[in-house]
Every structure is written in structure tokens, then in C-alpha cells.
Write a protein of this length. Structure first.
Lengths: 154, 88
């Protein structure tokens, strides 16, 4: 069940911008307000727009729940793996601070920031973002599919 | 009997709330030195400019693990409830 051409054209315009904004929120989580949870929520709102505009059946042709569940589980595994990576000191120790990967230390105080800082925090943001993207999209897609099926039966 | 029990428990609950409201620390007064420590040392210790993210993913990462588990459980529950049944 698709909506009118106006809605579909606006969705074509808005969805790429929303995806870019969500990736920006996730990858700059350690510099600006935002992070994995918020960026994943923005991404899921774009998926909701797609489902509303094109109908859940059409979206389901290219976006399957089991692919989303694989993505979500891999995000959770990366997150817990990074948490276990610091186990030499303590669970969730930031073992990458000062190393060559995301290891630069910013000066204390207000400064514009550097993307290559934060230790494990950017990687954890990425893992949580993956998890929230896949999880919320799976919830939206499953619920939309269930309601559209009910409409067909009635 | 049941009514009096409900009334008594409600009164006890309200009294606890009132006592808590009077014992709560003044507005804007930090209850500990924790926030000063985080503001002063976040950038040196974690390398992240965003102190909120540093607390969420570094100082209290265990809390975030719980949040992620809640999301996982929610997704599992929704997918299980709304799964498509085979036509009989």
C-alpha cells in the first residue's frame, strides 16, 4: 500500500539526509551531544518514514527481520567484546586511550574537538548505534507488517 | 478490614514521600564531589570531549550494558508477539 507521489518524492529527498544525520550523530558521539542511542533513533525514524510512504510489504522485500537481528546481535557482541577488552584493568576500562587507535588526548577545557580521540568510546558508540538501528527498525517493520496483514484479512 | 489496610498503607506511603521531600538536598547543590571530578578529569582520562558520553560509555559502562539488554529484550518480545502465524 503506497502513498501518493508527493509523499514518495519527499521521502526520496528526506531519507538520505536523515541517514547522513544519524551517522553523523553516531560517529561524533564523543564530541557533540548525541551518541549511539540518539543516532539509532533518528535512523529508525527514517525507516518509519519509508514504511509509511512505500508500505511495509514493499520495504519487506529488501529489509528482512533476520538480517536486522543479525545486525543487532553483532552490535551487542562488539559492545560486550570491547567491554571485555579492558578486563586487564577492570570491566569497561577504556584501554584505547593514549594508544594509536582513537588515542589522542584533547586539551582540558573548551576546545573544538578531534575525531581521533576517545579510546573505546567511538567504537562503543558505533556498536550501540548498530544495535539501536537494527533493533528499532526490526520493531517498526514487524509491527507494520502485522497491522498490514490484519487489514488484508479483514 | 481491607479498606483500613489500604488507608494505613497509603498514609505510610505519603508520610515516606513527605519525609523524603524534606530530607532531599537543596536544589542545585551537588550531593557529592563526583560531578566536579568528572568535569575536571574526563578529557584527560577518557579523551572524549563530551562528558555525558564519557560517563555513559566509560565511567558507567555497566549501566549502558543494561540499557542495551533492555532494548534487546524489547525487540525479542515484539518480534515474538507480532510474528506471522502460519495459516491454518
Amino acid at each position: 500500500m503506497m502513498m501518493s507521489k508527493i509523499v514518495r518524492t519527499m521521502t526520496h529527498l528526506l531519507v538520505p539526509l536523515t541517514f547522513i544525520y544519524s551517522v553523523y550523530l553516531i560517529m561524533h558521539g564523543h564530541l557533540t551531544p548525541g551518541g549511539g542511542f540518539q543516532g539509532g533513533g533518528v535512523f529508525a525514524s527514517a525507516v518509519a518514514l519509508l514504511i509509511v510512504a512505500f508500505g511495509s510489504q514493499n520495504i519487506h522485500k529488501s529489509l528482512k527481520e533476520h538480517h536486522l537481528s543479525i545486525l543487532e546481535s553483532s552490535g551487542a557482541l562488539i559492545f560486550i567484546g570491547l567491554a571485555f577488552g579492558g578486563l586487564a584493568a577492570v570491566f569497561f576500562y577504556n584501554f584505547l586511550t593514549g594508544s594509536s587507535i582513537f588515542g589522542r588526548i584533547p586539551p582540558t577545557g573548551s576546545n573544538p574537538g578531534d575525531i581521533w580521540t576517545g579510546g573505546v568510546i567511538p567504537l562503543m558508540n558505533f556498536a550501540v548505534g548498530l544495535k539501536v538501528i537494527a533493533g528499532l527498525s526490526a520493531i517498526l517493520l514487524t509491527m507494520a507488517l502485522a497491522t498490514s496483514l490484519k487489514e488484508v484479512e479483514e | 478490614m481491607r479498606k483500613t489496610a489500604i488507608v494505613v498503607s497509603l498514609i505510610i506511603f505519603a508520610a515516606l514521600l513527605v519525609v523524603t521531600a524534606f530530607l532531599i538536598h537543596p536544589f542545585g547543590d551537588p550531593p557529592s564531589d563526583m560531578d566536579d571530578y568528572i568535569i575536571a578529569n574526563t578529557q584527560r582520562e577518557t579523551g572524549a570531549n563530551n562528558a555525558v558520553t564519557a560517563v555513559v560509555f566509560d565511567y558507567r559502562g555497566y549501566d549502558t550494558l543494561g540499557e542495551a539488554t533492555i532494548l534487546f529484550t524489547a525487540v525479542t518480545g515484539v518480534v515474538m508477539l507480532f510474528r506471522r502465524r502460519k495459516r491454518a
